[in-house]
Design a protein. Structure first.
Length: 182
């Protein structure tokens, strides 16, 4: 896993839970925590941090990962505004994952192992998003979707009838969006 993921996690933990919390997580997970954005690190290190946070907060690991995705999205929008500015809402933004965002991610972070998505956008009210990744971090994806919706002044509703974590070959999200009242 690329170090940028760990950098984002550190930033959201420090911002939302205080400076010392990140150090406590590293200590409890028995990790050094020196991550460079371009470096490659074992996926297991992220999972150790999630496990320690899950135990400390007494919430499921999946909820921690979902929170991380939602909390990381504003940082990504700040760091990479060119991915976000061309769109007025979440749906068209998500439709650029395979064609624009992930090719650029691979340029910025050579060797990045990004998930593969497929889409069914035939219905105006629902976007069906398929997700495949050996990491099975669909909760992170769901968090990113919620964060993107908030970025565009929307609320997302996500159903996940198919999930790799339940033994399916891929995950499927059925997503609808509603504009927030101003």
């Amino acid at each position: 896993m690329k170090g940028i993921v760990f950098n984002l996690l550190e930033e959201v933990v420090r911002r939302e839970h205080g400076e010392d919390t990140w150090d406590h997580l590293l200590e409890d997970a028995r990790l050094e925590g020196v991550y460079t954005s371009l470096g490659n690190y074992p996926d297991e290190e992220l999972m150790k941090l999630v496990s320690v946070a899950s135990a400390a907060l007494k919430v499921p690991a999946e909820a921690v990962v979902r929170w991380f995705g939602r909390s990381a999205l504003p940082l990504l929008a700040e760091k990479y505004p060119g991915f976000f500015k061309p769109h007025q809402s979440t749906r068209p933004f998500l439709l650029t994952l395979n064609t624009i965002i992930h090719p650029e991610v691979r340029k910025i972070y050579p060797g990045a192992d990004v998930p593969v998505f497929d889409f069914d956008s035939s219905a105006d009210e629902v976007l069906v998003l398929g997700y495949s990744s050996r990491r099975k971090l669909c909760a992170f994806g769901e968090g990113l979707i919620a964060g993107a919706a908030a970025h565009y002044g929307e609320v997302s509703s996500v159903e996940q009838p198919v999930c790799m974590n339940r033994g399916d070959p891929r995950c499927v999200f059925r997503i609808s969006f509603q504009k927030l009242a101003v």
